[in-house]
Design a protein around this ligand. Structure first.
Ligand code: NAG
Ligand code: NAG
Length: 454
């Protein structure tokens, strides 16, 4: 019974996972670069030449020509275009020079130029869940044939040659080349759904929401990322209301990554505990000494309780998950928790609580990328509210502490928060993407990174 309930519940959960929280748009710039570098890495040209040079059964030698060899294969020129609803149409234009000796002992050369075309359909691999390209409908189209054979020998010999060699053999020879290149492109997705750690606190996994879609100008990959605590609990992503969308300004053919505020909020939930601090330094930046004497200047009640200046210890506890919000050009981190001040006692004695305040404040976030991780640096935007929960020194007007607490947050607490954030948030690892060159823009409810190639 319990198992059935579990299954039903899991079913429900996967149903609600439908809305993507991170989107990737791959334009022609990146696809061209990827296919080119896959061509290079796969050494496909050398392999094609080696294959072409092999003796094959079923290939009739050309009558009257001996010692036939493939001398060289031309550097392939690759042209790609998007096929909406399918993937990428690929055309590889190349050619080869075939040499031999004619029956009169003359050197002869045949230069054939041809196009290999195929549609590389983008799919989601059933086993791994990763995006994968698969070629379909490969064809070899003859572009031209040139030879130095005497013209009276041409039609017959060449026609036979075309028929037996090019039409029958070339597709079998050249189409695997397209597949071989795709193997290299596909390999570069392999790390995409591997959990990436955020310090010791947990991991993020970029899981595809659905099969990638293709339009006339890009391939879009939607992600439903999984943010998991070290202990194994997944953090539920808040309902963002509307699905995030790319802004209109995006240039045709360019590539972008969009990370929703809801997703960044879930990632920061992993760091909530790390944002709790006890600060006991008496000298902090430009602040006056953190002692009961300084505090007395704001709350006279403190002076009555402490005649001698006693160092303060400040304890900040964040008791609600941090929340990231974004409006065009501006992103805030909302923190809610408590701030408790203690007077440090003599050695061996526990500090004594002076008062406990509920605090609520906003930090302004600046985003950047370092070592392929999203970096956040914060500064205090505003202390939103301050209310007294308890006090051992009697009632006082906590509003008088606004300036003191604001300075304290700015000088002592926020540098500590920035140290925690330095861990950086992982970005999807695909196609060897180098995010360090990306341009970042804050739009409504999302961060958009314009991806640039090296
Ligand atoms: C592929 O190799 C060619 C020739 O060596 C080079 O010019 C080109 O930059 C390389 N392309 C990529 C994407 O690695
Ligand atoms: C071969 O490919 C090139 C480059 O895409 C194209 O310009 C040309 O028209 C193609 N030729 C044939 C015969 O398909």
């Amino acid at each position: 019974m319990l198992q059935i309930l579990c299954l039903a519940l899991c079913g429900l959960l996967t149903c609600t996972r439908g809305e993507p929280r991170a989107l990737l748009r791959l334009g022609m710039d990146i696809m061209n670069h990827e296919v080119q570098s896959a061509m290079n890495e796969s050494h496909i040209l050398e392999k094609m030449a080696a294959e072409a040079g092999k003796k094959r059964p079923g290939v009739k030698p050309i009558k009257g020509i001996t010692d036939m060899k493939v001398k060289d294969v031309q550097l392939p020129v690759i042209t790609l275009s998007f096929t909406p609803g399918a993937g990428i149409f690929q055309c590889v234009s190349t050619g080869m020079t075939i040499t031999g000796k004619s029956f009169m002992g003359k050197n002869m050369e045949i230069i054939v130029v041809f196009n290999i075309t195929a549609t590389n359909r983008i799919l989601q691999d059933e086993e791994t869940g990763l995006p994968t390209f698969k070629s379909e409908g490969c064809e070899v189209i003859l572009v031209s044939v040139k030879t130095n054979l005497p013209s009276n020998m041409m039609p017959n010999v060449i026609n036979k040659f075309l028929d037996s060699t090019l039409h029958k053999v070339l597709p079998g020879l050249m189409c695997p080349a397209i597949d071989a290149v795709l193997v290299y492109v596909n390999r570069k997705w392999a790390n995409l759904n591997t959990p990436i750690p955020i310090g010791q606190m947990g991991t993020v996994k970029y899981i595809l929401t659905s099969i990638p879609t293709t339009t006339a100008s890009y391939i879009q990959v939607d992600f439903s990322p999984v943010v998991q605590q070290q202990e194994g609990n997944a953090i539920q992503l808040a309902d963002a209301g509307e699905a995030p969308e790319f802004p209109e300004y995006c240039v045709e053919g360019s590539s972008q990554l969009l990370l929703s505020a809801a997703f960044l909020t879930a990632e920061l939930a992993l760091l909530q505990k790390s944002l709790d601090f006890n600060i006991q330094d008496t000298t902090v930046g430009e602040l006056p000494p953190q002692t009961t004497e300084t505090l007395s200047g704001f709350i006279p009640e403190v002076a009555k309780a402490y005649r001698k200046p006693t160092p303060l210890v400040t304890q900040i506890r964040i008791n609600k998950p941090p929340k990231v919000t974004m409006k065009t050009g501006k992103s805030l981190l909302r923190l809610r928790g408590t701030l408790e001040m203690f007077s440090a006692q003599q050695q061996g004695e526990a500090p004594v609580s002076l008062f406990l305040l509920k605090v609520h404040f906003n930090l302004k976030i600046q985003y950047s990328v370092r070592e392929n991780r999203l970096q956040m640096t914060t500064s205090l935007e505003r202390l939103l509210s301050l209310s007294r929960k308890s006090s051992s020194i009697g009632t006082f007007d906590e509003k008088k502490l606004t300036g003191f607490i604001t300075d304290f947050l700015r000088e002592a607490y926020i540098p500590a928060v920035n140290d925690v954030l330095r861990v950086g948030l992982p970005l999807p690892d695909f196609l060897d993407m180098n995010y360090n060159l990306a341009e970042l823009n804050i739009v409504e409810n999302a961060l958009v990174m314009d991806l640039k190639l090296d």
